[in-house]
Design a binder for this molecule. Structure first.
Ligand code: C5P
Length: 382
């Protein structure tokens, strides 16, 4: 931690990192201890807090050697200048200099004019060129009362960047196209047919693939979720829009297609141009939507295809049949009626089905399901 107003967020950050099962050791600069007490960080990290080069004469070597990640949050302009120029005049800057070979992530926080100052930009560019990772800053209200760029990234974004920094890049070189969320099939300009999909599974897959080094495009129907940073996000509404985007993108250069979207299976036969009077809308004639995955699965040069089958009831045979008939390589089955599974939950219990067999997994977070899908995919592709 270095000395900026955003230091108050670092208490929460230490706490959330522990929740994510990280072991956390905090190094505070003298300036940071003017904003937040070391006792708060000791409590949040459940660990000794280091402040001076002279607390423990070998700490500047021992601490970086024991770390998987060196995370500086907040990182002030002064600390970044020191890191970029190899200045080692306190415990944190000395640890930074000794942390060669340790993944390093900084979360800059400062006034917008300081952030845009060419002297600062040179320091930041030089750190980036030497492989230091960066999260934030974002735009918004700054502590000084001004508005602009310079706010430290929020805690969940920093945790996500830390997880990405720590994940082995076993999907490097892959171009992964993922679909997520529901689609909307319009009856008229104000009414549509849709389903309960929240998009959480597709977004978790996008984060997992990005963390593992893939280039990720996420084609998503309407959701309340924030697009994951570092992912190309394409918003669509109808199944026809989704078909267009998937065909264009999968056809060009995707190496993996993951169809996690709950594409509406039926839509109105025709869409009215103006709002239908309620007295006129007594019968709705439906037609089947085009099957997106089947059009890709039936093609010649095609990506590795993973589909999803959300069923009501334990029906993995039906899911396997879908995998074969739609030309997929793998399908993820889940029973949406099971507690903790399916729509709008953060967890899922799935069966991974491919041409070699089935793997029933325990109830787990959607993030863990996403990693399990890519683990299995790598086994099959190998
Ligand atoms: O709806 P169904 O259970 O058949 O969906 C299985 C898979 O097919 C899912 O991966 C879904 O994204 C995909 N699908 C599609 N186009 C549709 C309907 C479903 O690509 N129109």
């Amino acid at each position: 931690m270095t000395g900026g107003v955003a230091a108050y967020k670092s208490v929460e950050l230490a706490r959330r990192l522990r929740d994510a099962e990280a072991s956390v050791t905090v190094i505070m600069t003298e300036a940071s201890a003017r904003f937040i007490t070391p006792l708060s960080l000791e409590t949040a990290s459940q660990n000794r807090v280091y402040r001076s080069l002279f607390d423990d004469p070998m700490a500047h070597i021992a601490l970086p050697s024991a770390a998987d990640l060196l995370l500086v949050a907040p990182a002030t302009a002064n600390s970044i200048a020191k890191f970029a120029n190899g200045i080692a005049d306190d415990l944190l800057s000395t640890c930074f200099l000794a942390a060669t070979g340790v993944r390093t992530l900084i979360a800059p926080a400062m006034n917008r004019r300081m952030y845009e100052n060419p002297a600062f930009r040179r320091n930041l560019d030089s750190l980036r060129e030497s492989g230091v990772l960066q999260v934030g800053p974002s735009q918004g209200f700054l502590a000084c009362g001004e508005e602009g760029i310079g706010r430290m990234a929020e805690v969940p974004e920093i945790i996500e960047a830390a997880a990405a920094a720590l994940t082995p890049k076993d999907l490097a070189g892959e171009k992964v196209l993922i679909t997520a969320g529901p689609t909307r099939e319009y009856i008229d300009p104000v009414r549509f047919i849709s389903n309960r999909s929240s998009g959480k599974m597709g977004f978790a897959l996008a984060r997992a693939a990005r963390n593992r080094g893939a280039e990720v495009t996420l084609v998503t129907g309407p959701t309340c979720l924030t697009p994951p940073p570092g992912v190309l996000c394409v918003s669509v509404e109808t199944s026809d829009d989704m078909l267009f985007e998937v065909q264009n993108r999968a056809g060009i250069d995707a190496t993996i297609l993951v169809m996690a979207a709950a594409v509406a299976d039926f839509g109105p036969e025709c869409r009215a141009d103006s709002k239908i009077d309620k007295t006129d809308l007594l019968t709705l004639t439906l037609k089947k939507t085009k099957d997106i995955v089947a059009t890709i699965g039936g093609g010649g040069r095609r990506p590795f295809i993973v589909g999803f089958a959300a069923e009501t009831g334990q029906n993995p045979d039906r899911a396997e049949q879908k995998m074969r008939s739609k030309g997929m390589d793998m399908i993820v089955f889940n029973d949406v009626t099971e507690p903790g599974s399916g729509f709008d939950t953060d967890t899922n219990r799935v069966v991974l089905i491919d041409r070699a067999g089935r793997h029933a997994l325990e109830l787990m977070s959607k993030d863990d399901v996403a990693d399990a899908v890519f683990d299995r995919l790598r086994e099959i592709k190998a």
